[in-house]
Each structure stands twice: as structure tokens, then as C-alpha cells.
Design a protein around this ligand. Structure first.
Ligand code: AFD
Ligand code: MN
Ligand code: MN
Length: 423
């Protein structure tokens, strides 16, 4: 299914009086509003191919209808999101949940939809049907060299798929670790993982990046071999300049100060990208900004400050991706909400009075510093985000239009009650 541009134009015409009123108010309130709008227009968040179907837990899954069954349909779904918000112009594939056959045809379809391919993801946390060796006791860390070699070969194959699609990065997330004390030797597991990662790194094209994603626990519940940002940093530092740490917001122990992690990784030049989601307890993979919007704002505040300090391009120099799972919502509606939350947090961070904040910090004026940050967080920037969409051809209210056009109903009519592949 494709969206007819005239629906977006009609919707924008209907909404324009209200929007203009809100925009005037926002521009009065926010200094540099036009510059913020320009930055919002350039900012794109990649949609994970595995988040387009209904998610589930180990207790069950309640699938909706009209889910994409093929990579082509997944691209079409991301194309729908992008047509609505003009901020979802990339897709992140997970292999072997998605196995591209005709790479050129996929590239053409993506180009038609205005999409590019962001990081490709490897999967050595599940055994595949035709696989020779099991990952039950780990993949890159495994004590058996044959298992490690199989996992390395898989990652190299994922890179080859990505190359053919025009991706420029691979994200490696390992479930490797142990469930009980004594099960593994921590140092041996680290050394095996490092040696395996070196082989994958050696297969990276010159202009590629390797992102090493960490996670505190699950599915292993005693130790994880890339368990936190320090461990990821230790590996990527040894690997070389094309290796970076990837931060997934849900992969920390409770109450971790993620914004500080972000600041220090940026300072070290080793922050590579993000998996955005939100959580109350663990790796809950909930809608970005749905539980802790202030934390999301504080993270973006550090990102903007830290990237500016290094002269980085906000839109291109880090990988911006969502990693979420939708158990009770329509996945496309949920993704629209997540992207909106990200744009709001980014716009608010851009609006922080950085000079005044620096001065407050230099004078140790704690109250003033808090006032400055919270003023930005409490300012309504939604009209700036909507204006950026309007100027790039998107809809003023993407979710409203999605519902008005009954997109899901149309997808069900087209595809039936089929379920998607993936988690
Ligand atoms: C994991 C990680 C990750 C991985 C995903 C699979 O967050 O990035 O690819 O789950 O769904 O928890
Ligand atoms: Mn993730
Ligand atoms: Mn996760």
C-alpha cells in the first residue's frame, strides 16, 4: 500500500489554521526556531524491520492483522511511516529474519520509497534450522573454535548483504554469557570474543562501522560477556577506529545514568549509535518517551552538547535507530509515536540556552542550571516538529492521518491476517 500525496495535502490544508496559530506562539517562545526546524528536517530515525509486526513475550503473542510477510512489505510499511512523518527514511534489517534475495530490486524499491538501509544486524543468539553447531553456550565467546568460526562466518555474510544494499554499518549484539557461577571463565570468554570480533572487523569494508551493543542481562542471567558500556568500550577500543559502542536505552541496570554514559562515550570518540525505546524495569522495549521523557530529553541534551563540541553532524555522524516491540499497540502507530517523541526531545535539546547553562555551571549555580534545562523540557516544541514535517512534505499530524485513512484496515484487506517474521 502507498499513500496518495493528495491525502497528505488535504489533511495539511484542514489543519493549517490551527498549526499556524501554534507555530506563531512557538516562534515567539523559542529563540532560533528556524534553525531548529532546519535541523529537524535533516534528522532521520531508522526503523527496525523486526518491529513492524506484533511483538510478544515468552508468555504469548497476540498478533494483529495486515503485518508484513516479506522484506518488500516491510519496506512498504516503513515507506508509509516515512510518507507521513518524513523522519523515518531508513530501515535496519535483521539477518536471517530477513534474507535479501535480489539486492538490486530491494535497493530500487527502497529508493522509490525514499528509504536507505541503515545498520544490518547479525543474529547468533538463536539456532537456525540448517545450522551445524549450536549457540546454546554462546557464539563468539564459545569454548569450541568451530562454533566461533560459524558465528564469524555469519557476521561476514551479513556484512556482504549490507554491502549489496548500501548499508554502512553492522550492529553486533551478543547474548553470550552464563547463567551460573563457574559456567565460564570470564577472561577466556572475553578473549575468545575479542579474537572473534577481530576477524569480523577485518572483513569490514573501508567506509563501514561496527557497532558493539551491550546488554546487562537476559537471556543469560548471571553474566553477559558484553554486559555494559565499559566492556563494550574495552572491546571497540582494541578493535580499531571503525568500531564503536551502541547504546540501547533498555540495556542498563535500573537507574543507570545513561546521559552520563553518552557524554563520556562521545568524549572518547566511541559512541556509534542508538537503539531507542523506553522501559520501566528491564529491556521492556516500550514506545520511546512513553515512560521517562525527561531522561530522553537529558540524553539528547548531552548528545547535542557533545556532538557540537566535536563538530559532528547531528543527522549523519551517529546511527539513530529504534529497537522496540509492540505487544498491545498497532506497530505502525507505536513507531509514529516513538519517532515523534524523538523529534520532540531533539528539538527541546536544541532549544537549551547553552551559554546560560555553561555560565550557571561555571558559577556552580545549581538552581539556575536546573531552571535552564527544565525550561527547555517544559516548552512545547510540537509546532516546530510539525512545521519541519510540513516543509518536507509530511503530514502535520501523522498519527491522526494514519487513523483517518484507516491504514491498518487497508493493510488487513490487502494482506489478510498474516503475521510478521521476527521476535
Ligand atoms: C536484543 C537487542 C538487539 C537485538 C534484538 C533482537 O536489543 O538489538 O537485535 O534484541 O530483537 O535485546
Ligand atoms: Mn537493541
Ligand atoms: Mn534489547
Amino acid at each position: 500500500m502507498r499513500l496518495d500525496k493528495k491525502h497528505i495535502d488535504n489533511h495539511n490544508t484542514d489543519q493549517s489554521a490551527l498549526h499556524n496559530k501554534r507555530l506563531r506562539f512557538a516562534k515567539d517562545e523559542i529563540a532560533d526556531a528556524d534553525q531548529i526546524i532546519e535541523k529537524l528536517k535533516a534528522f532521520q530515525v531508522a526503523i527496525p524491520s523486526w518491529a513492524l509486526g506484533t511483538g510478544g513475550t515468552r508468555f504469548g503473542r497476540f498478533p494483529g492483522g495486515g503485518e508484513p510477510g516479506t522484506i518488500e512489505q516491510k519496506l512498504e510499511d516503513v515507506g508509509l511511516l516515512h510518507a507521513l512523518n518524513q523522519s523515518s527514511g531508513a530501515v535496519s534489517l535483521h539477518i536471517p529474519w530477513d534474507i535479501p534475495q535480489d539486492h538490486q530490486a530491494l535497493k530500487n524499491l527502497a529508493a522509490e520509497l525514499g528509504l536507505s538501509f541503515d545498520a544490518v544486524n547479525s543474529n547468533t543468539f538463536q539456532d537456525q534450522k540448517d545450522q551445524e553447531y549450536s549457540y546454546k553456550f554462546g557464539s563468539l565467546q564459545n569454548v569450541d573454535k568451530q562454533v566461533r568460526d560459524q558465528a564469524i562466518a555469519h557476521n561476514l555474510e551479513v556484512i556482504r548483504h549490507g554491502e549489496a544494499l548500501g548499508s554502512k554499518s553492522i550492529t553486533v549484539w551478543l547474548s553470550d554469557g552464563s547463567c551460573f557461577p563457574g559456567q565460564i571463565n570470564f577472561r577466556r570468554a572475553y578473549e575468545n570474543t575479542l579474537e572473534s570480533l577481530r576477524e569480523i572487523y577485518a572483513g569490514l569494508p573501508a567506509d563501514w562501522k561496527l557497532f558493539l551493543e551491550y546488554k546487562a542481562f537476559e537471556p543469560n542471567f548471571y553474566s553477559t560477556t558484553v554486559g555494559d558500556w565499559g566492556q563494550s568500550y574495552s572491546y571497540v577500543n582494541k578493535l580499531g577506529e571503525k568500531a564503536y559502542t551502541l547504546v540501547d536505552l533498555g540495556h542498563h541496570l535500573p537507574n543507570a545514568n545513561i546521559e552520563q554514559i553518552v557524554s563520556l562515550l562521545l568524549m572518547e570518540g566511541k559512541l556509534g549509535g542508538f537503539h531507542f525505546n523506553d522501559s520501566k524495569y528491564g529491556d521492556d522495549d516500550l514506545t520511546t518517551g512513553s515512560i521517562k521523557p525527561y531522561q530522553l530529553f537529558l540524553i539528547f541534551n548531552e548528545l547535542v552538547e557533545g556532538m557540537d563540541a566535536r563538530g559532528m553532524n547531528h543527522a549523519n555522524d551517529l546511527g539513530w535507530m529504534i529497537d522496540a516491540s509492540h505487544n498491545v499497540k498497532d506497530p505502525l502507530e507505536d513507531l509514529l509515536q516513538s519517532v515523534e517523541a524523538l523529534m520532540i526531545a531533539y528539538a527541546q535539546a536544541l532549544s537549551v540556552d547553552k551559554q546560560a547553562l555553561k555560565q550557571a555551571q561555571m558559577e556552580s549555580d545549581v538552581v539556575r542550571a536546573q531552571e535552564i534545562l527544565q525550561h527547555a523540557f517544559r516548552t512545547d516544541v510540537r509546532a516546530l516538529v510539525a512545521e519541519a514535517r510540513l516543509q518536507t512534505g509530511g503530514a502535520l499530524q501523522p498519527l491522526g492521518l494514519f487513523r483517518d485513512l484507516q491504514v491498518r484496515k487497508q493493510l488487513v484487506a490487502e494482506r489478510g491476517f498474516q503475521q510478521s517474521t521476527g521476535l
